[in-house]
Design a protein around this ligand. Structure first.
Ligand SMILES: [Zn+2]
Length: 234
């Protein structure tokens, strides 16, 4: 076996351990995202319910103002009626009073309904608030579990990285640079064993002469097709 090969294979093994912890961390992301999304939806529902209360209050205030000004106008008509002398003017005012009375009655009915709408909006907001609180309570255990799992994996990763650094220190700088360069490429790993007479990654045939060098451990050869480093399994 080539003297550097053992150190390289050990390094690759440690890198795979680091990758596993990265994958384990990434695997937790969808669960966290799902929790965040359902919480955000409940928060949006509550915000919408609170906005609906404000809209209902605004509507009620608007009607209240309208009714007050109608009443003032009615009062003015009544006062004018006391002072009019002509019968025609009096009957016009009477007709106006009648018409305004029925308009006012409609607005007052509308005002009552607007009060009910406020109560209903407040009830819905209270429901949305309760739903959010319930969701948060439901999620608490799951979030705690996820946080614990994340912490555990982070610890494992730290350990794996430390071991990886130790393994890297046992590889010569030139070979380490070569290894890192290959790792940045498309192949998942930098080292592959020969698969019969071919590269174990891309399965391109390796010429006999180079294969012999690899098998004798004379040099560490790269696959001519995909560039990974090749070794012979003992
Ligand atoms: Zn190859």
């Amino acid at each position: 076996m080539h003297p550097e090969l053992e150190a390289l294979l050990a390094l690759q093994e440690k890198d795979q351990a680091v990758t596993l912890t990265d994958e384990a961390l990434a695997a937790l992301a969808p669960a966290t995202q799902a929790l965040d999304e359902s919480q955000a939806a409940a928060e949006r529902a509550l915000a919408a319910a609170r906005a609906a209360i404000q809209a209902a209050l605004d509507r009620r205030d608007e009607l209240e103002g309208k009714i007050a000004s109608y009443r003032t106008m009615q009062e003015q008509r009544r006062q004018r009626l006391e002072w009019v002398r002509g019968a025609k003017e009096a009957s016009t005012l009477m007709a106006e009073l009648d018409l305004a009375r029925s308009v006012l009655a409609k607005e007052e009915a509308e005002f009552m309904r607007s009060g009910d709408a406020v109560t209903e909006a407040e009830r819905r907001a209270a429901e949305a608030e309760q739903a959010l609180a319930q969701l948060r309570a439901q999620q608490a255990a799951e979030r705690e579990g996820l946080a614990g799992r994340r912490e555990q994996i982070a610890g494992e990763r730290e350990h794996a990285v430390a071991e990886r650094e130790q393994a890297a220190a046992r590889v010569t700088p030139a070979m380490l640079a070569r290894y890192e360069r290959i790792r940045r490429g498309k192949a998942p790993l930098a080292l592959y064993s020969l698969h019969v007479d071919a590269c174990g990654h891309c399965f391109t045939a390796v010429p006999t002469q180079r294969r012999t060098l690899i098998q004798r451990g004379v040099t560490i050869e790269a696959c001519e097709a995909c560039g990974v480093l090749l070794y012979a399994k003992e």
